[in-house]
Design a protein around this ligand. Structure first.
Ligand code: BGC
Length: 716
């Protein structure tokens, strides 16, 4: 993987450390604990002004107008004893003024460069609004779509998530952190949060160390290699120890092994929650355990401030430990240029997304669309007579914006986009249902009538934005409420039906898909979801997104993910005593990496540059990929490997590379992937990272479930 390390700042590190030494020498313990404290900004009240003057807060997040931010910063710089600036954080997750697709949708583009550009635009908008720091990217690997926060991450695969993590960090942090349009990134939620038992948010996780290192830590490591400034310690308990009090993950891995020198902020009240976890006896113990573990800054709860002095007085905590924690916070403040008059926001009204930003949002939304089924109904001929658009999600700006949208300025809904493309008179709209929890069928008749009067029906189905994201786990993955019934009724009108599904997670919709001529998965596509969907349906753009998370047939198959182990009895359709279910197939509805196009691609001549490679060496794998269809289109080519035997059993496939190709009809291109044997390394039972010699397989394939096998060996 290509990981670009960003020069963290223009200022020389030694000079920064000297300045920090000088500050630490003058700071009172109270001022140090203040630096380690973060509160919600809210409004700039007189009480808040007084607190800032006395150095009560190192950071404020959310809230605060640009004018209030500018004033509060002036107070910190000019009126506090040591003039230490505040750092302003905010959840800028998939855009600020310009809403991009949810991260799970962005990942489906397999286009890290476009993802980087989205973060760059978000950084420009955020820095102009006085925000210094975003709580993004969220790089939690998740194998359970019940967990609502799958929407916020990049899916189930560590390689894809690592590529996206690096792209986001590069986008936010730019060339140097102290550039006026750069903001600090924060990789969250460190770590393992996505493995919540039962997919229930905040729930416990049990992750063996090799899995932790090979899967869950990978994207966090990629963020470090890209120069990330901060991490956020998670809510969950990992293997008995809460992530926000975990010395193994926070000190040993992050500081000692990775040499991370920025700071860690806890998640929202996660320090105080150490008590509820049954890990800390009281607030004092919680502060002690979180600081000892290496959580520099406490978000919202006030255990550090309330108990830090008592802990030092009792000699439970050494001032040196506090100084180290503060040093890492000040380091990032220096790198951001906050001490040196970093440009303050210009107080102005709400910013509207620029045309350039909306164009980028449109492009990313277009690339995130995944065509799951097509019986030839798509692309839809523009000469088609009338189109019935059915479903409330066709015209719900808030819902298409997704879980972390900061508004829906500039949003164009699918309904508006189709009216624009086809003319008002050719579009017949019926909501069918008011929302996903509507229990009335009163709107069905109008929907069926619209379908009857139309030549083609577009059904917009799925989840509202509020059904994914934080605290939005679901025990069922079906289309919520009466939507399946609505689809069945509308299909009875006998017109060709196409479903467009907007959702924050994989959903199950097998019976609906059976009734449809085509299914397009659009996630929550953001501000420009409407035009992106309309272009794809009308053939002005060709869908090219592919899934980065497995779609189950039913919730009962969860957790289901492509890079699983083989077991001693791999599932076989005809064999009862194999690893499968009696009542549903063991295969997913749609596998990881899957997505159709309006064109067709043929893979041939897949081969390795040599039949074997020595440990420490490199091998090249290649294939010819040809566009044998009728339209110009992109294809995301994927490269997988498998180790057949070794010191531990390895997954049936692991992604090791991908490339997005653009091919004209009839065009054929050779695609190559270079693999070093280090890329095949795994943790053995002694937790040593090593590459086992032996037999391996590789695939250059359109998805995780197909492709021609290439055999090769790793030898000493
Ligand atoms: C979430 C974080 C978020 C933080 C601040 C928490 O509840 O877990 O993802 O960054 O709140 O808003």
């Amino acid at each position: 993987m290509v990981c670009l390390t960003i020069a963290a700042t223009a200022a020389a590190p030694a000079e920064i450390e000297r300045k920090i030494d000088a500050l630490l020498a003058r700071m009172t313990l109270e001022e140090k604990l203040g630096q380690m404290s973060q509160a919600g900004f809210g409004r700039l009240t007189d009480q808040r002004r007084a607190e800032i003057r006395k150095g009560r807060w190192g950071s404020l997040y959310g809230g605060g107008t640009p004018a209030e931010k500018a004033e509060a910063q002036q107070i910190a710089l000019k009126e506090s004893r040591l003039g230490i600036p505040l750092i302003y954080g905010q959840d800028v997750i998939h855009g600020l003024q310009t809403t991009f697709p949810i991260p799970l949708g962005q990942a489906a583009s397999w286009d890290p460069e476009l993802v980087r550009q989205s973060a760059r635009i978000a950084a420009r908008e955020a820095s102009a609004a006085g925000i210094h720091w975003t709580f993004s990217p969220m790089v939690d690997i998740a194998r359970d779509p019940r967990w609502g926060r799958v929407a916020e991450g990049y899916g189930e695969d560590p390689y894809v998530a690592a590529a996206m993590a690096a792209a986001m960090v590069r986008g936010y942090q730019g060339e140097t952190l102290d550039a006026a349009d750069s903001i600090a990134a924060c990789a969250k939620h460190y770590v393992g949060y996505g493995a919540a038992e039962g997919g229930r948010d905040y729930n416990t996780t049990w992750i063996p160390e090799n899995l932790l290192r090979e899967v869950y830590l990978k994207p966090f490591r990629a963020a470090k290699d890209a120069g990330i400034a901060t991490y956020m310690s998670a809510f969950n308990n990992i293997n008995g120890v809460p992530a926000s009090g975990n010395e193994f993950t926070l000190r040993q891995v992050l500081r000692d092994e990775w040499k991370f020198d920025g700071f860690v902020v806890s998640d929202y009240t996660a320090v105080h929650e150490l008590i509820a976890h049954g890990y800390a006896a009281d607030a004092k113990d919680a502060a002690f355990k979180a600081i000892r573990a290496g959580v520099n800054m406490e978000m919202v709860s006030t255990d550090y401030w309330d108990n830090g002095k008592a802990l030092v007085d009792a000699k439970q905590l050494d001032v040196k430990t506090i100084d180290e924690a503060v040093r890492e916070i000040l380091r990032i403040k220096f790198r951001l240029g906050l001490f040196d008059g970093r440009t303050q926001p210009v107080p102005s009204g709400a910013q509207a997304p620029s045309a350039e930003a909306l164009a980028a949002a449109n492009k990313l939304a277009a690339e995130s669309l995944v065509l799951l089924k097509n019986d030839g109904a798509l692309p839809m001929a523009k000469s088609v007579g009338k189109v019935a658009i059915v479903g409330f999600l066709a015209d719900s700006p808030r819902d298409q914006s997704g879980t972390w949208a900061n508004g829906s300025a500039g949003t164009v809904t699918p309904l508006a986009a189709f009216r624009q493309a086809l003319g008002e008179s050719r579009v017949l709209y019926a909501r069918g249902l008011r929302n996903g929890s509507d229990t009335s069928r009163d709107g069905f008749a109008a929907a069926v009538e619209a379908a009857r009067a139309a030549d083609v029906v577009l059904l917009f189905l799925g989840e509202e934005a509020s059904l994914s994201g934080e605290a939005s786990s679901r025990a069922f993955l079906n289309l919520p409420g009466l939507q399946e019934d609505l689809a069945a009724e509308v299909a009875k009108a006998g017109k060709p039906c196409v479903a467009v599904i907007l959702a924050g997670r994989p959903t199950t919709f097998h019976d609906v898909a059976d009734k449809m001529k085509a299914v397009l998965y659009a996630w929550h596509p953001g501000a420009m979801g409407g035009p992106a969907i309309a272009s794809a349906i009308l053939g002005d753009a060709v869908p090219s997104g592919k899934l980065t998370i497995t779609f189950p047939r039913t919730v009962g198959q969860v957790p289901i993910y492509y890079n699983h182990l083989n077991t001693g009895r791999p599932p076989a359709a005809q064999e009862k005593f194999t690893s499968k279910y009696l009542d549903v197939s063991f295969t997913p509805e749609y596998p990881f990496g899957y997505g159709l196009s309006y064109s067709k691609f043929e893979y041939s001549a897949t081969k390795a540059s040599a039949p074997q490679v020595k440990v420490g060496g490199k091998l090249t794998f290649s294939a010819d990929v040809a566009n044998v269809g009728a339209v110009e289109a992109d294809e995301v080519v994927q490269f997988y490997t498998r180790q057949l035997a070794g010191s531990v059993a390895r997954p049936v496939r692991e992604l090791k590379g991908f490339q997005r190709l653009h091919l004209k009809p009839g065009e054929k291109r050779a695609v190559t992937f270079t693999l070093s044997t280090d890329d095949l390394a795994s943790y053995n039972p002694q937790m040593k990272l090593a590459t086992d010699p032996g037999a391996f397989e590789a695939w250059i394939a359109p998805d995780s479930a197909s492709g021609e096998k290439i055999e090769f060996a790793v030898v000493r």
